[in-house]
Ligand binder design. Structure first.
Ligand SMILES: [Cu+2]
Length: 254
């Protein structure tokens, strides 16, 4: 008899937590992140409604059926099984189609965008800007030296690399398209900024493009979202989205 009310109480508590949102996502800072949030809320409402209905039904069945000592065969009711199966499939296919449309809207490479290289390794991030000449210098594994101040491995013999800027903090211009070229020198890492609602794996031997467009200036955490070794939890950095003029000034002064 008690199990029914307990189920309803747990359901009500879960609803209150979702309604009051004591812990929730940080504010979205791009159009893609807002689209993600809209999709998330849709999914949450639908899943929430099904959850509540299922719990009420369960509590009802527990209370009503408590005196029966023999189980009733639930299988063989083809109509109920087929209807619920088809309804569930239709719901999840619709949700995933809607979600993939949001994902597909993330723009491909746009002309005139700011290109920045992201270099991950156990357990730190580095960022490289092409400098005033607009060209990245050649790199090679043999030139990588964390102690020597060359974590990216820029070839000292290439003049194009002389003006490259290498930092431990990612600065991006707010309101402009930014193309991040993701690299890792050891294992798989994952570039994750919560406010962008974006996670992208970085695979050794590949250059992975990631287009971002930050609308709101501010300071945001970059975390590695791939368990990449013992120091994984320490692998974090900061993304500073600056007003475009301020960003240009910062780059000139480097
Ligand atoms: Cu990592």
């Amino acid at each position: 008899m008690l199990l029914g009310p307990i189920l309803l109480l747990l359901t009500a508590a879960a609803c209150v937590l979702f309604a009051l949102k004591p812990v929730w996502f940080p504010a979205a800072i791009s159009a893609e992140a807002l689209a993600y949030d809209r999709q998330f809320v849709w999914t949450l409402w639908i899943a929430g409604a099904i959850f509540i209905a299922a719990q009420i039904l369960l509590a009802f069945a527990v209370v009503r059926g408590r005196k029966r000592t023999t189980a009733i065969a639930a299988s063989g009711k083809h109509r109920i099984e087929c209807t619920s199966g088809i309804a569930t499939a239709a719901l999840f296919i619709t949700l995933s189609v809607l979600g993939s449309r949001g994902w597909a809207k993330i723009p491909a490479r746009a002309p005139g965008e700011e290109t920045i290289e992201v270099h991950a390794h156990q357990f730190a991030w580095n960022f490289r800007y092409p400098g005033p000449d607009g060209q990245f210098g050649r790199t090679g594994i043999q030139f990588i030296s964390d102690a020597g101040g060359n974590p990216v491995g820029i070839d000292p013999n290439d003049p194009a690399g002389k003006d490259d800027i290498v930092t431990a903090t990612l600065r991006v211009p707010a309101g402009r398209d930014v193309l991040l070229l993701l690299h890792t020198r050891d294992v798989i890492h994952d570039f994750f900024v919560r406010e962008l609602r974006t996670k992208q794996d970085i695979v050794p031997g590949m250059e992975i493009p990631l287009e971002i467009h930050v609308d709101r200036p501010g300071t945001y955490e970059i975390a590695c979202a791939e368990l990449c070794g013992l120091g994984h939890s320490q692998m974090r950095s900061t993304m500073i989205a600056m007003p475009p003029e301020e960003y240009d000034r910062w780059k000139r002064q480097r």
